[in-house]
Design a protein around this ligand. Structure first.
Ligand code: GRF
Length: 200
């Protein structure tokens, strides 16, 4: 299998996947890292690991179609078979999702279907829930809406800020995302409609 990772910024989830590949936990290579913005840390992390790192700058494309056609072209040129969204802050169109049917995963920093969207931690704190967490799911045409593969809960503490909560959640993201990829590559993850089962 060849992984293609899409990221938009800091790339700490990407780093956890790079580390898991290097440690032999994930038995695949990362064929390419693509970002939609220039000069982001995700690109530096990929370069440092010797992985092809390409910015497909959204600003240089007239519309989402043209932008996504370039993403798909790059992924295919690099032989990608599993697309990993790691802090990629854009919604993919049905065209893209169809090109990699059931082969796109995302991680979201809340317990879906609660608190989807771009400001999960802020929304969690504003609502006052006592438990949050992270969710790895397959990607469909909706936002944060595909079948859920794995979730991990963490407590929300009385004095949490977005920073302290996101740090607690990220720690778990960096464990479950590589784990899910490992299991997927081992053929242990099965999807039946909305329901995902994992062999033990
Ligand atoms: C993570 O919290 C991830 O769940 C969300 O965006 C954040 C990305 O962080 N989708 P990083 O860029 O991987 O450090």
């Amino acid at each position: 299998a060849v992984l293609g990772v899409l990221a938009s910024g800091r790339g700490s989830d990407l780093q956890s996947i790079i580390d898991a590949v290097e440690a032999g936990q994930i038995k695949a290579k990362i064929g390419v890292v693509l970002t939609d913005k220039p000069n982001v840390m995700a690109l530096q992390r990929a370069e440092k690991a010797g992985i092809p790192a390409i910015c497909v700058d959204r600003k240089k494309y007239d519309d989402r179609d043209a932008f996504e056609r370039e993403l798909v072209k790059q992924l295919k040129e690099h032989g990608v078979t599993l697309v990993i969204l790691a802090g990629f802050m854009r919604i993919l169109s049905p065209y893209f999702v169809n090109e990699f049917k059931n082969c796109i995963m995302n991680i979201h920093p809340s317990l879906l279907p609660s608190f989807g969207g771009a400001h999960a931690h802020r929304d969690v704190l504003a609502y006052g829930v006592k438990v949050s967490g992270c969710t790895v799911h397959f990607v469909d045409e909706g936002m944060d809406s595909g079948p859920i593969i794995m979730q991990k809960a963490v407590p929300v503490l009385d004095d949490d800020t977005e920073e302290t909560l996101s740090a607690r959640v990220l720690e778990q993201e960096h464990i479950i995302y590589p784990k899910v990829i490992e299991l997927y590559l081992a053929g242990k993850i099965h999807v039946n409609g909305r329901h995902v089962t994992i062999d033990d």
